[in-house]
Design a protein around this ligand. Structure first.
Ligand SMILES: [Fe+2]
Length: 413
């Protein structure tokens, strides 16, 4: 027997992998701008207590980033033309590029707001009663909303029946992220009295020196938000400042102060994933509800594991667009299933890359995967009713060409 070469011995590899020997070390170390943000802005950071028994016992520090108000009242910002709720797509574009966020007025009608609010408050109560509520430092989150009400399916899909401003929002998101973007999660964020503010952070945690965002967030106010009830804290323009500092390999420097966003219920705020932001403090007795619907470039791993978590009945009724948005649409570059999806472009409804049938088969205990095959395989083994066969056949029946790498094999029907 030949001995394994010494170069493959983990001990030997570790000896030759001292930090100074590793490639791209400086580049990796320079990718996180927060160290520089904290060094140059010592007042900006606040670590909220995380344990539930500490709720409400934190010390409010005057002058900290959360000691602020809305843009129109803030001495530093009030003479600047910060984003305001609008339906003018030209204004929304320029606000988003310049300030890192824009505000779509009446993205949800009053009726649409009312249905989401009713569902969120009922679900929050139900999850508390069931003993499964997710407490956050700011209050309570409802995760994986897709399974918890039809209105949430409509929000992820930006279906005008549930979100009247959906088409305008989709246009802006497509311009920011490119085609085929997907959703990372839909969470209801409830800020409650006694909660603490979240630390300022960027949602996008990769490639922060990019010139356009790879992630964005849709924050939809289901209750009106302002400086009294925990309106989201943002530092306008910080998306560009941090990216430029990283690109130029220089310190971030002194940042301008944060403000509380203020907007009527039904407003959707689109934030650039590089914008510094956090949940504010709710000083009122009324829950502050914001829906957080992150969207991102399709090559980035999603926050919610939709592949496992979505209820079968939701999948059964989901439109091709909703399925694509949750990642059930393979592309040549991502999330192919046993190869199904190679060559697909990722367009919603493209049968070549639709993968939901695999998940539904798995739910039924009927997912038959292709395993080891060879020249000695029996006829039965070769003719197994692999789920892949059915999915490919369905894709072909859909009038699309078979995905690259699937067609033409002997055992293919
Ligand atoms: Fe965030």
């Amino acid at each position: 027997m030949t001995a394994t070469p010494n170069e493959f011995d983990p001990v030997n590899i570790a000896q030759k992998s001292e930090p100074e020997a590793q490639m791209y070390r400086a580049e990796q170390a320079a990718k996180d701008p927060m160290q520089s943000v904290l060094a140059d802005n010592p007042e900006i950071y606040f670590v909220p207590p995380k344990r539930s028994h500490e709720w409400g016992q934190w010390e409010y520090k005057a002058g900290a980033y959360y000691d602020t108000t809305t843009g129109d009242k803030h001495p530093f910002w009030r003479h600047q033309s910060l984003p305001r709720p609008s339906k003018d797509i030209a204004r929304l574009r320029s606000d988003f590029v310049l300030w890192g966020y824009c505000m779509i007025a009446d993205a949800l009608s009053d009726t649409q707001v009312a249905s989401v609010l009713q569902r969120v408050l009922a679900q929050a109560e139900g999850e508390r009663l069931a003993g499964i509520a997710q407490k956050t430092p700011s209050g309570q989150n409802i995760n994986c909303c897709i399974n918890k009400g039809r209105c949430f399916e409509g929000l992820i899909e930006q279906d005008p029946a549930w979100m009247q401003g959906g088409p305008l929002i989709e246009q802006l998101v497509t311009e920011a992220l490119g085609q085929n973007w997907i959703s990372t999660s839909l969470i209801a964020s409830i800020a409650l009295k006694g909660g603490v503010p979240q630390a300022l952070h960027q949602d996008q945690d990769i490639a922060l020196d990019c010139r356009s965002p790879l992630t964005i967030n849709l924050l939809t106010a289901i209750t009106a938000i302002d400086d009294g009830n925990g309106g989201t804290l943002v530092i306008p323009g910080s998306h560009k400042v941090l990216s430029a500092a990283l690109r130029d390999q220089r310190p971030v420097g002194k940042l301008p102060p944060a403000i509380n966003l203020d907007a009527p219920a039904g407003t959707t705020i689109i934030t650039d994933g590089r914008l510094l932001h956090s949940t504010g403090i709710n000083h009122t007795d009324t829950p502050r509800v914001v829906m957080l619907n992150g969207m991102q470039h399709p090559l980035i791993r999603q926050q919610e594991n939709w592949m496992l978590s979505v209820r079968p009945e939701v999948l059964e009724r989901a439109s091709p667009k909703l399925l694509q948005r949750m990642g059930y649409q393979a592309t040549n570059a991502a999330q192919t299933n046993e190869g199904h999806g190679f060559g697909a472009r990722g367009l919603a409804g493209e049968a070549a890359g639709a993968t939901v049938e695999f998940r539904l088969a798995m739910d039924q205990g009927a997912y038959v995967r292709v395993g080891e095959l060879g020249p000695d395989s029996t006829a039965d083994e070769l003719n197994t009713a692999f789920t892949l066969r059915k999915v490919v056949a369905k894709a072909r029946a859909g009038g699309r060409s078979a995905p690259v790498g699937i067609g033409g094999t002997k055992a293919n029907p």
